[in-house]
Ligand binder design. Structure first.
Ligand SMILES: Cc1ncc(COP(=O)(O)O)c(C=O)c1O
Length: 517
């Protein structure tokens, strides 16, 4: 019979710091390390628990507990008459071959092919700092009022708002009813509550649409320029994307049909093209729908901020013209606030169950309590009152920004006219590097989003800046325009001749959009 060692020669145990407490945990880890480093070899007998406890001057029960744990993890085995031994596991050999757990191997692991692309997405979709001219930071007069907070506190404290189990992946029925009522009335969407799937905002709505509608290798249309988040989603789904140019009437359907007639899906922003701001003309709407019917294709309508129109009524949705072909996506991010992470998909009836399945696959459903709060807020009429209120406040901010830009900025920049949303487009001269300029502006504390980076066409046909006005008071915007003027004046990119030109009297729509007819 093999004798059990009574003296302990396990260097890893020398590092046990008994004064640090949690001695059982430390001993267990030290034994794991000893096995991984080969100080204890497979088949080798361990000292008895009594001997080990004596030599370490700790309680025997602590050693017994550590041995139990290592038995359970498969590091140790017990053999009749031989006591406790190190198990003979390939995994242990592998561990030893690559050094100890606490000393990771020198060679870097081979990274999966998605790693670089997804890390790029994280940097593209980084939230903007809440400084002018960031987009989507509702604050002050445009933030939800006290009713929202009070209602939220009251509802979240009730049992029904916090059920302990999962709920329907399509979302809370009360909220789906409230949303169906709202979009029918406000957006001319044709739908029943059963077609509404609550999402975690447009981002998830677009992801769900891609999951339901696309297979690897499918052909799709996206606008050029486009919302970076939809471009990132389509890259993620490994489909073949044709970017269709946008002109003053929105996406150019003829060019789309010529370039890629058999696309499965067109992803569009018909009410307010992102980022340029024009609505899709009625002629183009009809042409898009006719193409989709003829080709048995789907249209995904991202209707992100069309409630916020300042001249006349919002443009009606595309979905209302053909509810069987269009997947409509709406969000609370623009009307309420983006950290709420609630939005909705209105799917044609044959797709509803698939959307529910895709939703369950991602995260089951949105948090139930917040859905209860929003449902009550909408049912009580507060949501529509809130929109009426913020439309006035946004209109004031927008007008102040336009006036300040026209007063202060040089004539070699021009404003793109758009009467809705929470941002304006400022065009820069051809060849002006807007990405570099955005960096220069950031050094002065300004947040501007360069437009050229949203084009796929190379070189990008235009250079410009998105200026968000939603989250800032009139005073704040005026000050920020002065700063922007200084950065423009200081920019090394502008030729001397341009700099000599007088200040702009009227910047509006000096330069037509590309391909404007
Ligand atoms: C084109 C477009 N769609 C949707 C959204 C809103 O996205 P989400 O609902 O995921 O916050 C934005 C926000 O900036 C947007 O620009």
């Amino acid at each position: 019979m093999a004798r059990r060692p009574t003296t302990i020669a396990i260097p890893s145990l020398g590092s046990l710091d008994k004064a640090a407490g949690r001695i059982g945990t430390l001993l267990t880890q030290a034994l794991r390390d000893a096995i991984a480093k080969g100080e204890l070899k497979p088949g080798e007998a361990l000292p008895s628990t009594r001997a080990l406890a004596n030599s370490l001057d700790i309680a025997r029960s602590t050693v017994i507990e550590a041995f139990h744990q290592l038995h359970a993890e498969g590091y140790l085995v017990s053999r009749a008459r031989r006591g406790t031994m190190v198990a003979n596991l390939c995994a242990v050999d592998d561990l030893r071959a690559s050094g100890s757990r606490s000393q990771p191997s020198q060679s870097a692991p081979h990274l999966p092919k998605n790693v670089a692309r997804l890390a790029g997405v994280a940097s593209t979709l980084r939230p903007q700092r809440a400084e002018p001219f960031a987009i989507a930071h509702p604050a002050g007069a445009v933030a939800p009022d006290d009713k929202w907070r009070r209602l939220g506190n009251r509802i979240r404290a009730t049992r029904s708002a916090a059920p302990s189990g999962y709920t329907d992946p399509k979302g809370l029925l009360d909220l789906r009813i409230a949303i169906a009522d709202y979009v029918r009335k406000a957006r001319a969407v044709k739908c029943q509550p059963d077609q509404v799937i609550i999402s975690a905002g447009t981002q998830q709505g677009l992801f769900l649409a891609a999951t339901v509608l696309l297979s690897e290798g499918d052909f799709v249309w996206a606008e050029d320029p486009a919302y970076p988040a939809i471009v990132a989603i389509l890259e993620n789904f490994q489909v073949s994307v044709t970017r269709i140019p946008v002109d003053a009437q929105g996406i150019d359907i003829e060019q789309g049909v010529a370039a890629c007639p058999r696309a499965r899906v067109a992803f569009v922003t018909p009410s307010h093209q992102y980022p340029l701001g024009m609505p899709l003309s009625m002629t183009r709407r009809n042409a898009l729908l006719a193409w989709a019917r003829q080709n048995n294709s789907w249209i995904v309508e991202d209707d992100y901020d069309s409630e916020l129109r300042y001249a006349g009524h919002p443009f009606p949705s595309l979905q209302g013209l053909d509810p069987a072909r269009v997947i409509y996506i709406g969000t609370m991010s623009k009307t309420m606030f983006s950290s709420m992470r609630l939005g909705y998909v209105i799917a044609p009836p044959p797709l509803v169950d698939a959307f529910a399945g895709a939703r369950a696959l991602i995260d089951r459903h949105s948090p139930t309590a917040d859905q209860h709060v929003l449902a009550q807020y909408m049912k009580g009429g507060h949501f529509e009152a809130h929109i009426r209120r913020i439309r006035v406040a946004y209109a004031e901010r927008r007008a102040a920004l336009i006036a300040a830009l026209e007063r202060e900025l040089p004539s070699w920049v021009s404003l793109q006219s758009s009467d809705q949303g929470t941002h304006l487009v400022l065009w820069l001269p051809a060849g002006f590097d807007d990405v570099k300029f955005a960096g220069e502006a950031a050094e002065s504390g300004l947040v501007v989003r360069p437009i050229s980076s949203m084009y796929h066409a190379s070189p990008p046909p235009r250079s410009g800046l998105m200026l968000g006005f939603g989250g800032f008071s009139v005073e704040h915007l005026r000050k920020a325009v002065l700063q922007l003027r200084d950065v423009l004046d200081a920019s090394k990119q502008v030729m001397g001749d341009l700099k000599k030109q007088p200040r702009a009297g009227d910047l509006r729509a000096k330069r037509p959009a590309p391909g404007t007819s």
